[in-house]
Design a binder for this molecule. Structure first.
Ligand code: PMT
Length: 398
């Protein structure tokens, strides 16, 4: 798996820097080409010479060295990388990465790379638990970085706490998982819906919902990063457009239906994360309703089309179920009624879950009724888990 891969190993100035030597050695023994980049602080804790001898490669220690074999070294390393691994990652470097600061070779490489980035935090437990460190890690997760959580145990201070760099084997396992995922949806075409439809009442008012589009966009970004061709059908979302993804913008359920039907013609997968209105006003009033004209008004609502329930073809169909009670039972009913391959049951009442949150708590249910309950995690991580399950279904669909 690691043979022939280029791993850029970033070492920052935590006491666990000495453990990075073992990681560099094991990666090299497994056949990877390890390009080590050390921050100034890391070099106070472990010698670049150690890394050079273990990897048989020059070690990059500053931005402006002439000794390098590359001319624009940060760009060359960023492009050559199959993956960038920052181990150990200090709170300081994590904060810089979250803010997009590029003030040394390692932070420049991370900013310039399109390769997956794996961050292994290691630090004092109080620094790790500090809300600012946790916020920075959440931002990195949301951007698709893989975070290998530190372990609980004896820290450099002598105290027990969570902050230890995980064993080398666990870090290598995480790198391998990321590399497997990297191209596993190559040549697959995914259609993903995101956001919430708006059904007009008059020229200024509509019936809508609180969907931000974060869940659907996270799936689109994850699928793209795994090599898929992605069509994203986006309803009333104000997030930045994911790179390399074809976007169709729609407003209403009818418009979304039309866009989905067009997009699925040569699709392998349809994933509907959008919150589609179930009802719309029977007709849109041509002029703004004036409050002076009536004390109360009655709107007649009619059903919108069930897009997921009606669209057919030889592709995998995945739905979401936003539920506030009897989550699993209600989701199972929807899976059966719409004839889906998978449904993602979303408990929208759980803290940090559902509409507009950066995290989500979901249960993935298959058509045999098997449930996979996931803990609270970033929407990007939820996206990866859903795509892992979709991938397992390809052999069945032929
Ligand atoms: O966008 P975020 O802020 O990140 O929030 C994410 C989310 C909560 C919107 C998302 O995780 C979610 O749960 N989406 C589905 C919400 C929903 O409308 O569920 P539903 O139970 O009403 O619909 C079931 C499925 O049928 C959904 O896949 C829906 O897209 C689809 N549907 C619903 C109605 C309709 N007329 N046509 C449809 O295709």
């Amino acid at each position: 798996m690691l043979k022939g891969k280029t791993i850029v190993l970033g070492i920052t100035g935590g006491i666990a820097a000495y453990k990075a030597a073992d990681l560099a050695s094991k990666l090299t023994q497994a056949g990877a080409r390890v390009e080590t980049v050390m921050t100034e602080a890391a070099q106070k804790l472990i010698s670049p010479l150690t890394l050079r001898n273990l990897t048989h490669r020059p070690v990059v220690t500053d931005m402006f060295t002439m000794a390098s074999e590359y001319s624009e070294e940060h760009i060359a390393l960023a492009e050559a990388a199959s993956a960038v691994v920052v181990a150990p990652a200090t709170a300081n470097t994590i904060a810089k990465l979250a803010a997009g600061i590029a003030d040394n070779m390692l932070t420049c490489v991370v900013l310039a790379t399109e390769a997956p980035v794996i961050v292994c935090p290691a630090m004092n437990d109080v620094m790790y638990r500090n809300p600012v460190t946790q916020e920075n890690l959440s931002r990195l997760r949301a951007r698709g970085f893989t975070i290998v959580e530190p372990e609980y145990g004896r820290l450099a201070s002598g105290k027990l706490g969570r902050g230890r760099l995980p064993e080398t084997a666990r870090i290598i396992e995480a790198i391998e998982q990321v590399l497997v995922r990297k191209e596993d949806l190559k040549d697959k075409r995914l259609v993903i819906t995101a956001g919430g439809t708006r059904e007009p009442i008059d020229p200024v008012r509509h019936i809508g919902n609180r969907s931000s589009g974060k869940m659907g966009y996270a799936i689109a970004e994850a699928a793209r990063a795994r090599g898929a061709r992605v069509s994203l059908i986006s309803a009333n979302v104000s997030l930045p457009e994911p790179a390399g993804v074809e976007i169709t913008r729609v407003n209403t359920a009818d418009e979304m239906k039309e866009a989905v039907e067009r997009a699925v013609k040569d699709a392998d997968v349809l994933i509907m994360a959008a919150a589609v209105a179930d009802y719309r006003p029977e007709k849109m009033l041509p002029a703004k309703i004036k409050k002076e004209d009536a004390e109360t008004i009655v709107l007649k609502l009619v059903r919108t089309p069930d897009i997921l329930g009606s669209v057919r073809g030889n592709f995998i169909r995945v739905g979401f179920a936003a539920e506030s009670e009897d989550v699993i039972a209600n989701a199972k009913k929807k899976l059966t009624a719409k004839g889906l391959d998978l449904i993602v049951a979303n408990d929208i009442t759980a803290p940090g879950s559902g509409f507009d949150a950066d995290t989500n708590r979901v249960v993935i249910i298959d058509r045999d009724g098997n449930t996979q309950e996931l803990p609270l995690m970033s929407k990007r991580e939820v996206a990866e888990k859903i795509l892992d399950r979709v991938k397992e279904l390809f052999p069945r669909k032929g």
